[in-house]
Write a protein that binds this ligand. Structure first.
Ligand code: GAL
Length: 851
């Protein structure tokens, strides 16, 4: 590793990082007590967010981390992904997106610190939960229980990572950014399935981790019996009711799910900003001091890294920073405001225990008050209807499902249901492939192709009686396993060998299959994320005598969750039967001599890189043909905006840009037609199926191509298409921002950064609500006010309209304040706009665009 090259920036970063934690000395002493993590003797309120380094590129890391810092994070949390670092036992890889040390140093360089969740089981919607496949083949191994071979390997990898971090002096105890580590992951959720092996395993893992002497605390999440000194932490959509298992441990939240993951075949989940903000504020209200967003940037499951089965390539997660690295508004901005509000309370929060008072049914007040005069309060309405409460003799409006934060126990700096932050409508701007197809290319046709043979074509094929389980056979070296059989239909089955119709019945553990009969695609079938198993009856026409059956079975991300998930298996384990439509007679083919081929010929020949002399470039491009490799060259879309490929027109497969896999594509896998809500009410408990969008549409149509993988021209795109598609239909798109919007009412608190403690305010509290907007890119200015209304505007961003009451000065006032500036602020008051309807609470709604 080029340590010297990055040494300088790193040191500077460390000084900055520790600046927040250890002002005067290098090296921070991190411990904990009943209230908080204690850094150099000081209890800290810490806001953390997950960014998984292999789900973006090293070129994206600095910007993602800066946006995290600007969003008010102190800590970046990442898992460590064993299977990408040790793909072959004892052969390690920490290059490129896998450069963990560089990632940790990049966080430090931004002045933030790190929570390193080593696992090494990580779940994470990651292939096989992060375990390398070779682990499965160690004799006598049983995962995640009191099993010698497993413990040996887990310890070896954990120690390897800890040593690496120590060598680079990355632990806080050494002056580095890592303040916390995790061992195991949510084992408590599955422990009971492991019977008597569970407890000794947990105790062993705790002792093993502690003995590695990192000098910083360890946590176990969802592990109620985590032994001392390990802190047991909470994961979930809400963790305000959680309590750690000892009075000496702080209340910590390692996974606050900012949205949810997407599955191929599922609708797109989202979590309203108001609800997420509510969950965060409730947690700090009820004594929490460390909270981590899972995810803060979800990113992309490149290559074959998705878990599963059926986890989509996009891991956007509706996180505050979107898959493409743009801030998601108003979520990012609203949470930033929440973090600022909580930090205003930090001194009081860490100084004392909370005191709770009921303010009525579903209404709770919490006060952190010290003799020395510190006081911070939270007022919560955990019911779904609005309420007015009296607190310390003052009256407060509390919208349903919201928390108000009062850093001085008197004035509300923020209410989680009142969003001051602007929102942004992102958009994809399309360029057709012909616009980007590279004219400098010497290929005379835009596309070239190679057919992948149906059935056995590689020398390393082998014959076995009966039907094999897939993962044990392929060791996940490929998604694909061919099961081939060429057989004479016995003469005593006239119903099947006279060329008449029959049915091929196939049962598979999953995840998907394509059945070719006599070299023609006869049918395809996939399981789904709820049940990967397949039982399918495919109508077939048989030839007299010999018939060939080539069954292509494929995995779509290996299982990553559940007790014994490593043993669930995949592939066509049978039975496979032929049934005659005429007389119902059945031939069971299951125990015949099947020929097997692991992977595709094209994979062995290196087609993903685009090299090979076999590419065919005649003008007649095959379309809608199964098992086709396609290749083209293209110029990168101009500019710096993030790039995506829209795979509409294609079926299912994998795609590579300049040899780097951008992941599995599957635009034909469509979300159910129902279950989505146009607008989702943030009030009431959230669940992963509560707020869904894109019903009836492809689960994922757009696939991220990181900018750093592209050169201006001469880029090579290769696709392997399984079922059939038309590559000329794919298009490129860039991620841009269409509009900025904001809507702020007279009842909103002033922006949190205008907060003045009452003790310091000479004029008393005269602050008014303010609407703020800012163009997302450094060199942009607000160029147009598309809509402005002060009064009772209707609709949402993108479809605002004037209500009954509207000031006729709104547009002019907003234009004057905003046009030509990068950012602007407008008072939401009758002073600025006049009063179009006395006695009514008015709002200002604005939609603008930047150029
Ligand atoms: C948790 C798990 C994470 C992730 C999450 C869902 O249970 O710890 O790794 O899988 O669920 O996104």
């Amino acid at each position: 590793m080029a340590a010297a090259a990055r040494g300088k920036g790193f040191l500077l970063g460390l000084v900055l990082a520790l600046g927040a934690f250890a002002a005067s000395s290098l090296g921070a002493n991190v411990t904990y007590d009943s209230r908080a993590l204690v850094v150099d003797g000081k209890r800290r309120v810490l806001v953390s967010g997950s960014i998984h380094y292999p789900r973006s590129t090293p070129e994206m890391w600095p910007d993602l981390i800066q946006k995290s810092k600007d969003g008010g994070l102190d800590v970046i949390e990442t898992y460590v992904f064993w299977n990408i670092h040790e793909p072959v036992r004892n052969q390690f890889d920490f290059e490129g997106r896998k450069d963990l040390v560089k990632f940790v140093k990049t966080v430090a360089a931004a002045g933030l610190v790190v929570h390193l969740r080593i696992g090494p089981y990580v779940c994470a919607e990651w292939n096989y939960g992060g375990f390398p496949l070779w682990l499965h083949f160690i004799p006598g191994i049983q995962f995640r229980t009191d099993n010698g071979p497993f413990k040996t390997e887990m310890q070896r990898f954990t120690a390897k990572i800890v040593d690496m971090m120590k060598q680079e002096k990355l632990y806080a105890s050494q002056g580095g950014p890592i303040i916390l580590s995790q061992i195991e992951n949510e084992y408590g959720n599955v422990a009971s399935s492991f019977g008597s092996g569970a407890k000794p395993y947990v105790n062993w893992a705790a002792t093993m981790a502690t003995s590695l002497d990192t000098g910083v605390p360890w946590v176990m999440c969802q592990q109620a019996d985590a032994p001392d000194p390990i802190i047991n932490t909470c994961n979930g959509f809400y963790c305000d009711q959680f309590t750690p298992n000892s009075n000496s441990k702080p209340k910590m939240w390692t996974e606050n799910w900012s949205g949810w993951f997407l599955s191929f075949g599922g609708a797109v989940p989202y979590r309203p900003a108001e609800d997420l903000a509510f969950a965060v504020a409730r947690f700090f209200q009820r004594g929490g001091t460390f909270q981590n967003y899972y995810m803060y940037h979800g990113g992309t499951n490149f290559g074959r890294t998705t878990g599963g089965p059926f986890i989509a390539t996009s891991y956007d997660y509706d996180a505050p920073i979107d898959e493409y690295g743009l801030v998601r508004q108003p979520k990012w901005g609203h949470l930033r405001d929440v973090h600022k509000a909580i930090k205003l309370c930090e001194d009081a929060l860490v100084a004392t225990d909370p005191a709770y008072t009921s303010l009525g049914p579903n209404l709770e007040g919490t006060v952190y008050k010290t003799d020395s005069g510190l006081c911070a309060a939270f007022l919560a309405n955990v019911g779904t209807s609005d309420a007015t409460v009296t607190f310390n003799g003052k009256s407060y409006q509390l919208p349903g499902w919201s928390v108000s934060i009062l850093p001085d126990c008197k004035n509300v700096v923020l209410n989680t249901a009142k969003i001051n932050s602007m929102s942004m409508i992102p958009t994809f701007v399309y360029e057709s492939l012909s616009e980007v197809v590279d004219s400098s290319s010497t290929i005379n046709s835009d596309w070239s192709w190679i057919n992948e043979p149906v059935g056995i074509s590689k020398k390393d094929s082998f014959v076995k009686p009966g039907l094999l389980e897939q993962i044990n056979t392929t060791a996940d070296n490929s998604d694909y396993l061919w099961y081939s059989l060429s057989t004479n239909i016995p003469g005593d089955e006239p119903a099947l060998n006279d060329g008449s119709q029959g049915v091929l019945h196939i049962e598979s553990l999953g995840h998907a299959l394509h059945a070719f009969v006599n070299k023609k695609l006869a049918g395809s079938k996939a399981g789904n994320s709820g049940n990967s198993k397949i039982a399918v009856d495919i109508p077939v026409t048989l030839l007299p005598g010999k018939n060939t059956f080539d069954l292509l079975s494929l995995t779509v991300g290996l299982q990553n969750y559940g007790a014994f998930f490593d043993t669930w298996g995949a592939g066509i384990t049978g039975p496979v039967k032929l049934k005659s439509s005429a007389n119902g007679s059945i031939i069971d083919l299951s125990s015949q001599q099947w020929t097997y081929q692991i992977g595709l010929q094209g994979e062995d020949k290196g087609l993903p890189s685009g090299s090979s002399s076999m590419w065919i470039t005649q003008p007649s491009l095959p379309k809608n043909q199964p098992l086709t490799w396609y290749k083209t060259t293209f110029a990168a879309p101009a500019g710096n905006d993030p790039v995506a490929i829209d795979f509409s027109g294609m079926g299912k497969g994998e795609a590579w840009v300049n040899g780097q896999s951008i992941g599995r594509y599957w635009p034909t896998k469509v979300a159910p037609g129902s279950g989505c809500a146009d607008s989702c009410n943030y009030r009431g408990a959230y669940s992963s199926s509560k707020c869904l969008k894109s019903c009836g549409k492809p689960s994922q149509q757009l696939y991220h191509v990181p900018r750093s993988w592209l050169k201006p021209s001469g880029n090579i795109l290769v696709m392997f298409e399984e079922v059939g598609g038309d590559p000329t239909q794919i298009s490129f798109a860039t991620r841009q921002v269409e509009s900025l919007c904001s809507r702020v009412s007279e009842s909103h608190p002033s922006p949190v950064d205008m907060w003045i403690p009452e003790s310091e305010s000479k004029t008393g509290k005269t602050l008014r609500p303010v609407l703020s907007m800012e163009c997302p890119r450094p060199n942009q200015v607000i160029s147009k006010i598309k809509f402005a209304s002060f009064g009772t505007p209707q609709g949402t961003c993108g479809s605002f309209s004037h209500g009954k009451c509207s000031s006729n000065q709104a547009l002019a006032v907003v234009q004057k304040a905003c046009i030509g500036s990068k950012s602007c602020r407008v008072d939401v008051s009758i002073g600025a706009f006049g009063d179009p309807c006395k006695g009514v609470t008015k709002s200002l709604a604005v939609e603008a665009s930047c150029a």
